[in-house]
Each structure stands twice: as structure tokens, then as C-alpha cells.
Design a protein around this ligand. Sequence first.
Ligand code: SF4
Length: 100
Amino acid sequence: MRIKLDRTLCDGFGVCAKHAPRYFSLDDWGYAVLVGDGDIPEADRDAVLRALMDCPVHAIMEYSERRPDDPPPPRGDLADPDPAEHLKVDSNEAEWGFTR
Ligand code: SF4
């Protein structure tokens, strides 16, 4: 996991430093400072993810793990060769359920 902190968004609530004190400290005015280079080991992922999700102003962001040379992720809508097969119509009502 790789994160960055946008200090221009930080409002100094201090939630991140509470959840993941190894990666966030607060400056003299209470604003967050990222400790380290943003690389988070798997063992600390949960604590940092909690800090990320609890930040009230979304100042903590996770970098994508994708690299430019990676193949594009599969798209669910294109993976299905014929989505019309799954339409809910009268003829296949027994398959999709009768819930009245
Ligand atoms: S939780 Fe968000 S707003 Fe609060 S100190 Fe950390 S980065 Fe700033």
C-alpha cells in the first residue's frame, strides 16, 4: 500500500495520528505530517486504512497499485459475451424469481 497526504486539505482533526501514529504526526498547529515515504507495509495496512477512511476531509489518499505497463483490469460489462441472456423476461421468470 502506498499513500500520500494532501496537507492543503488537512483540517487538523488528528484522527490519522491517533489511528496510525507511526505514519502520521501532528505539527505545532495540529496539522498532519506524513512520516516516511508513504510506503506502508502489509502489517500496518489496517491501521493506515482506518486513518484514511476516518479522515473527515479525505486528505489521505491511496496510490493505485497499477503500473503503466499493466494490462487493463477486466471490465465486468465486457466480460459477459451476451448480457441479453440475463434479461429478466416472462420466459425465464422461474430463474430470476417470483417475489410478490
Ligand atoms: S485525519 Fe485528516 S484532517 Fe485530521 S489531521 Fe489527519 S489528515 Fe488532517
